[in-house]
Design a protein around this ligand. Sequence first.
Ligand code: UDP
Ligand code: MG
Length: 341
Amino acid sequence: RDVRDVRVDAGHEPGARDERRPAPARLISVVVPVFNEADVLATTHERLTAVLETLPFAFEILYVNDGSTDASAQLLDALAARDPRARVIHFARNFGHQVAITAGIDAAKGDAVVVIDADLQDPPDLIPDLVAKWLEGYDVVLARRAIRFGETWFKRLTAAAFYRVLNRLTDVEIPVDVGDFRLMDRRVCEVLRALPEHRRFVRGLVAWMGFRQTEVEYVRQPRFAGESKYPLARMVRLALDAITSFSARPLGWALYAGSASAILGIAFAVVFAVLAAIAGRIVDLVMLALSGGVALTGGVLIAIGLLGLYLASVLEEVRGRPLYIVDRVVASGEAVEADAG
Ligand code: UDP
Ligand code: MG
């Protein structure tokens, strides 16, 4: 608990990066990705500010307009003109939900950053609960969907299958039924900012990071207005990004398939060679040739699998994730440094 205070205060020392901010006040940043949400924005802003005003902290709301083609851009600019606590980042085109979240986190100045959808499926009323857990000393507070209303059985089924497969394949435990609605301490955001990778699955990166993480449950509401911007094709792309970012295991599958095929092919070849020698039938010779083909295919797959293993290590190097993340350094029983990275 004390560690956080040491660190947060350190950030506000004179001469620290942001000198304009008054010393002890903590700031909460709320990041809202927006893609064609004109129907909800006014309500969303109203509900967000109403909830945030009940907290004893200053706050900023960062809307990331992810290339909306409806009136969202004008609405957001009008919001920002009226309310100095709102800021808007306009993308030049649609870059996708995960990138929008990333841009918001990059620009956030807060000591804690809350990521929340614009469509009010993530209830703003939960934010005080997230903040309370943060004040208890957690670095990441995830909002888990205990019940999901207004989502098709198809969406729920695919989501359930996705997380099951993902957790089978990866070494990082990625929490089930947790979306991007969450609170992250400033230092978690700093690690995120330092990660250079392009194919971002923010949930996975935060899960991989560690630190003290906890969950708060909520009931997921139907969309307030408009419709989902996650059609099947986008969901599949997100799933593939998640798997390829956190697992190299599929690359090794060719190796297993190839080994099985090679062993089978060789075994059959031996059997038919023996049969051909004993019975002298043509068919046994044909089968011998076919078995040789199976064995060779196995050999080719093994070679591909080996290539995959090397590719996996290239991927890992190219991603440039840090080798480790330091939570805190303790000397003589005292935290001497609480930086991440
Ligand atoms: N979103 C975005 N860029 C996109 C798609 C969606 O910024 O390309 C935003 C969208 O405005 C919303 C959030 O991401 O605030 C979640 O999208 P959506 O509600 O469509 O997804 P679902 O809740 O159906 O999974
Ligand atoms: Mg939604």
